[in-house]
Design a protein around this ligand. Sequence first.
Ligand code: NOJ
Length: 745
Amino acid sequence: MNTSPATSARVTELLAQLTVPEKVGQLIQYFYFGIPAALAGEESEIAQQPRAVEDALARGAVGSLLFVTDPAENNRLQKLAIEGNRHGIPVLFGFDVIHGLRTIFPVPIALAASWDAGTIEEAQAVAAREARAVGIHWAFAPMVDIARDPRWGRMIEGAGEDPFLGSVVAAAQVRGFQGDHVGAPGHLVAGPKHFAGYGAALGGRDYDEVDLSDQEFWNTYLPPFAAAIDAGAGNIMSAYMDLNGVPASGNHWLLTEVLRDALGFDGFVVTDANAAKDLETHHFASDAADAAVRALNAGVDMEMAIAQPAFENLVAAVENGLVDTARLDDAVRRVLEIKEKLGLFDDPYVDAAASEAVLADPAHRETARRAAERSAVLLHNDGSVLPLDADALGTVAVIGPLADSKRDTIGPWVFDHDLDETVTVLDGIRAFVGDRAQVVHEQGVAYPKRTFPSMFDMWGDTSPTSAPDFDAEAALEAAVNAASAADVAILVLGEQQDMIGENASRSDLSLPGDQQTLLESVAATGTPVVLVLMSGRPLDLRWAASHAPAILEVWYPGTRGGEAVANLLFGAAAPSGRLPFTWPRSVGQVPLHHAVTRSHAPQDQVHRYWNEESTPLFPFGHGLTYTSFSYGEPRVDAERIGRDGTVTVSVDVTNTGARDGVETVQLYLHQRFGTSSRPLRQLKGFRQVTIGAGATTTVDIELGPDQRRYWSAATRDWMLDASTFDVWVGADAHAAAHTEFTVTD
Ligand code: NOJ
């Protein structure tokens, strides 16, 4: 019997009593869709699914369910599960709790843009509390995939381009979801995903293959997973795509040698939806039975199945000697252990009567508003146009297709939200301004059309669309007239929420539809323009950055997003978010990120394209606020240290403006020579500090061996070189204040 020393007597005994079919049942997770047959189609597989799942529950052949968010329904299904197997083993309920359940927080890329672990942890703790209150045990989150190609729509679900920031954000999310241990009351099991490398899809096309060098894999793509595992994550989800020619969900090297042996992961591994069966689709496995064997033997513990599970074939595979029974037991043990840690053997049901009060908790909405305020990034503010003074404005024109769209305000990957309580930017501005100024609204353009339907349309909860007879000319004219007659034009533009996310890549980064024309026409009126951008990826803002005096990236800010945006625009709150990715000028530059190595012609590093600079429009880490800061000369406490030594870098930061403010002090490191060439700049530390107007704060950041260690393709091993190191400290990846130190043998 394969048991780890920590396995309880209860799990050991239970495992010993299970037959092979009962064991296999524990390894299957079914979707249980609440999608009305009327939307999915009466005869569709999705409409048939509930009956098939209930049959399986009654046979004791289900380990877990996903997509149930109604507590009464959850209890009904749990009862079927418990009564359906002779040992009364409960099912585990998983769900995509990505940025909230009822209270919707800013999307994950926005939370990352707060650069504030406290805000992130607090948001995901609220999400966990709400989800647990309806009977969910496990979140398929956080997504910790590094994304350096904004054509890839799932960049919105992660923390951007950087492994250091990504690791801080990953750990904060795991702590928020899970609390300090698996089974902490009111919390969920966290399931970092998608292991691993999924964000590097060829051409930014979701699901397409990934070819990653070993050094990119170990140095860039793995650290956020390592950080999430160190924070105690109880689950990992394996990815869909081919990694260097081997599908991630059938990749023994990836799921066993890397995940278990190198990263020391001790929880259970679930596949992405249908990813076990997909091993056949990939032309890797010969059929579904072969797919099941290869997934399990690679290190998958549980199959997430949309319909007929491949893992049902494991019963015969055991009889035929195709799977190692110790591996089977190991997988079952992990699943039983997680159920035990969650307390499900003793307390499998949820208190359905108590859930509504938790979901309605006003404190959750306040947390969402604060998170939205902390996430917005002020990209540009010429002549301090922002903050606006509500008392000095006669008329405010709020223009654009996203200004009053509740569904777009909360972003993708939400299912259980309440649109009635969602505050749009228009609502927020109206409430803030009250009767101090007149607020007028024009949509300005039609909602842009997608070329194919979103995979989420079947929930019947789509972004608004315009009628075929929408009068584009009249709408534009009305918007221009409104802007001409106003003292300021606030344009709320960007991508609708279903243009980004899973299976929503784009081949260009322009403002969709006629929004660029709207922007240019409104700017031509001469009324000052404030561009409020809703997106989960960088868009082409070359024109906007040189014509609109102010640009505020608000992402998809969530349930109380409009209120937060109004507070920021009118100065009741100040922006403090920072870009978690490099903002390119145009799509032709991507992938563009800050941690590139030095070329043989560094003097021309900005002139690689004949038609355009190769620098970004806004650097990684960029973000303005309503005051300004200056940096003194950074100092190190030791100019020479040994290989295992640590230096402390100190810098004085002064608030040179008239208002208190939050500064995110960033430290970038460069190794001048060594076993490999190392990136010109890599984020290796940051501190967020509040500094009073006119005050100076000294910020200390430690740099130890962990921040200098890297995997080298020269030795195919981890290196800690003796070398000279450049350090820059400042407000973004272009920071100028410099010092250096040397590491000796
Ligand atoms: C597919 C997605 O890739 C994954 O992130 C998600 O958790 C599952 N579907 C379940 O919805």
